[in-house]
Design a protein around this ligand. Structure first.
Ligand SMILES: C[S@@+](CC[C@H](N)C(=O)[O-])C[C@H]1O[C@@H](n2cnc3c(N)ncnc32)[C@H](O)[C@@H]1O
Length: 246
């Protein structure tokens, strides 16, 4: 069964990093801007069929904002990863692992935004529970702007077990919670690290929280008690990146 990836940026990343999965590229007829032209050239260089369609025909293919480009693909990269691949991915790394764990993020826009930030921060794996959490959909791909294809996203059946397996590999697990005592600027976020983000409503589940090695918070100066999970993900990841560069 084929799937659609749409939007200029998401399609460009797909063509660059995962072109084997692209079967056809649909572009809006009479779209003469540079970026669309670049995508057509890129697709043609990889022998991917390019089909011109009217705007209305593209609108019929997806209700999402496609920006005049839709790629039809099979077998996207995130589908190739399974939890049994986690050790192989970690073994292949030449730097300390940086992992993002999303404990029950359910909103596809939040998942897409977390993946986008994870890609930008150089996260090696994003892990999420298989059940009661958002998975990769067309909306997630669009919001992630290509990161759904670039960062391995691995749903796991038993998150506690996976966390223990990471700890056995000397990866520290930092849970995030607004009421943590230590803030992200005081905490040591260097070395092998997995950062856990909680669900939109309830935060981390009790067992997940208990399995963390330590908890960290982003200091909040105003009246609001918490940040959106994708914003908190970006802030925390980039503090870890900053510390690792020192
Ligand atoms: C909207 S918040 C959940 C709020 C929830 N009522 C709670 O008590 O955790 C979703 C997630 O974003 C992260 N988050 C939001 N604000 C944060 C903060 N100030 N410090 C650390 N993490 C935060 C945490 O991972 C949290 O579980």
């Amino acid at each position: 069964m084929s799937e659609l990836v749409y939007g200029v940026h998401a399609v460009e990343v797909l063509l660059k990093r995962n072109s084997d999965s692209v079967q056809r590229l649909f572009v809006q007829r009479n779209r003469h801007d540079q970026r669309a032209h670049k995508l057509v050239k890129l697709a043609q260089s990889k022998n991917i069929q390019v089909i011109q369609k009217d705007r209305e025909e593209l609108d019929d293919m997806t209700k999402q904002r496609h920006q005049g480009v839709i790629a039809e693909c099979s077998k996207l990269k995130e589908k190739q990863f399974h939890e049994k691949h986690i050790p192989d991915i970690l073994d292949a790394l030449e730097t300390d692992p940086l992992i993002l764990i999303l404990d029950g993020v359910t909103d596809p826009h939040n998942l897409g935004a977390c993946l986008r930030s994870a890609d930008a921060a150089g996260v090696h794996i994003v892990i999420a529970p298989k059940d009661n959490a958002a998975s990769i959909t067309d909306v997630v791909r669009k919001v992630a702007c290509g990161a759904a294809e670039s960062v391995p996203f691995i749903p796991v059946t038993n998150l506690s077990r996976t966390m223990k397996q990471l700890q056995e590999r000397n990866i520290w697990i930092a849970g995030t919670a607004g009421e943590a005592e230590q803030d992200i600027y005081q905490a040591n976020l260097k070395g092998g690290l997995a950062i856990v983000m909680g669900a939109e409503g309830d935060g981390m589940r009790r067992l997940t929280r208990e399995n963390c090695d330590f908890l960290i918070k982003i200091p909040m100066a105003g009246e609001v008690s918490s940040l959106n999970v994708s914003v908190a993900t970006g802030v925390t990841l980039f503090e870890a990146v900053r510390q690792r560069q020192k």
